[in-house]
Design a protein around this ligand. Structure first.
Ligand SMILES: *Cc1c(COP(=O)(O)O)cnc(C)c1O
Length: 213
């Protein structure tokens, strides 16, 4: 870790009031320790198994599940997870609600929208996103607190395309914001390669991995 660089990223995010999720996937506990020592307390992982191997090493960390989540794995993380960024179906929402209730918890969640051109990415398709979200009766899921939306831009070099995808995510957020209660306040977008653009377009939470290590 280059601590000068990480410190300057932390400072700039703080100044802009953007929350940092340090994406620790593929890194060992030893590699992650310096980030913890700098005081970073929001960590993101995209696989349940890898997450479970790390939780006990970092007391006080808020863990974020940022990758695709299978329903049968929700039970493992429900006792402690802070926020699930990858809610991409009502079935998953229902399962998170059920497991949160079993643990007497309310778990924060983000609705994942798919705007990128790559087919492999998960999420509600942008074209039907609003319609599908409006069909869900969120009152049925009182143990999940929907805080906003999450999305990823395409893996391309064309900055205009990336910018327009971030604008699309932000605009979907703004539309839904008027329909959800006041805790709907989070736009999770931006990774190491594109987070500055994401912030310009209204991101409130960036998920940074490679740039921190
Ligand atoms: C890996 C990952 C990130 C971080 O990617 P970097 O390019 O390493 O910053 C962010 N979000 C998700 C969903 C990821 O899987």
């Amino acid at each position: 870790m280059n601590s000068t660089k990480v410190r300057s990223i932390l400072e700039s995010l703080e100044e802009k009031q953007v929350t940092l999720i340090a994406v620790t996937k593929l890194h060992t506990v030893k590699e992650i320790q310096p980030l913890y020592d700098l005081g970073i307390r929001n960590f993101g992982e995209n696989r349940v198994q890898e997450l479970m191997e790390k939780v006990d090493h970092f007391p006080g960390v808020h863990w974020h599940l940022i990758g695709h989540l299978q329903r049968n794995k929700v039970k493992y993380i429900a006792p402690f997870i802070s926020c699930i960024h990858s809610i991409d179906s009502e079935d998953l929402l229902q399962e998170i609600n059920k497991q949160a209730e079993r643990n007497n918890r309310v778990i924060d969640g983000l609705l994942q929208v798919h705007v990128a051109q790559e087919e492999s990415k998960f999420g509600f398709p942008a074209s039907t996103f609003l319609q599908q979200i409006r069909e869900i009766d969120f009152q049925n899921y009182p143990h999940v607190r929907i805080r906003g939306i999450m999305g990823m831009a395409s893996m391309v070099t064309d900055q205009d395309q990336i910018r327009s995808e971030f604008q699309q995510i932000k605009s979907l957020f703004e539309t839904l914001k008027t329909e959800f209660p006041e805790h709907f306040n989070t736009v999770s977008m931006g990774m190491s390669g594109d987070y500055e653009l994401a912030i310009q377009e209204g991101s409130t939470m960036v998920r940074l991995g490679s740039i921190l290590f």
